[in-house]
Design a protein around this ligand. Structure first.
Ligand code: NI
Length: 172
């Protein structure tokens, strides 16, 4: 089965604010399964629905898996909400929708994540470090925000230039 293609910067769909999910049906479950496949294939540790072109509030995350270990624990979160931010942390972030780039971003060091799973059961997770960073990064996607929107204008400008050149080169 072909994997879904990742939407990449500067695709305007990445700037949309995604809609809350009101019903879990088979189409949504299939999308979640596809997103998990894409995340492991890339590989990545998180993927938000807008990154595969679906403007809905859902993301998948697995911050602990590795190629060497079989153990995988993908968590699918619908309608996520972040609360109880504590302390700050700076982490070097990358994104499957922002090719060939990474930069330091300041985030909340500890957060609480609430949402629902695909069975409609509530999710509540207290996260810190990489896990907290990743959750904030994915929720940003649902609000049309990329990590390059959280770095200096100068750094962002340099990346945009590099990316435009990369896209021109691809056309040749
Ligand atoms: Ni991302």
């Amino acid at each position: 089965m072909a994997l879904r293609e990742i939407v990449k910067f500067p695709d305007p769909r990445l700037k949309e604010v995604s809609k809350p999910i009101t019903e879990v049906d088979d189409t949504l479950r299939e999308l979640a399964r596809d997103m998990i496949d894409v995340m492991y294939d890339e590989p990545g540790i998180g993927l938000a629905a807008p990154q595969v072109g679906a403007s809905i509030r859902m993301f998948v995350i697995d911050t602990e898996w590795s190629d060497e270990e079989v153990r995988r624990n993908p968590v699918v979160v619908l309608n996520p909400e972040i609360s109880d931010p504590e302390d700050k942390i700076i982490w070097e972030e990358g994104c499957l929708s922002v090719p060939d780039y990474s930069a330091n971003v300041e985030r909340d060091a500890k957060i609480t994540l609430r949402g629902i799973d695909l069975d409609g059961n509530p999710i509540e997770e207290h996260a810190e470090g990489l896990r907290a960073v990743c959750i904030q990064h994915e929720v940003d996607h649902l609000d049309g925000i990329l990590f390059i929107d959280r770095i200096s204008r100068l750094k962002r400008g340099l990346y945009v230039k590099k990316r435009k050149k990369q896209l021109l080169d691809e056309e040749d």
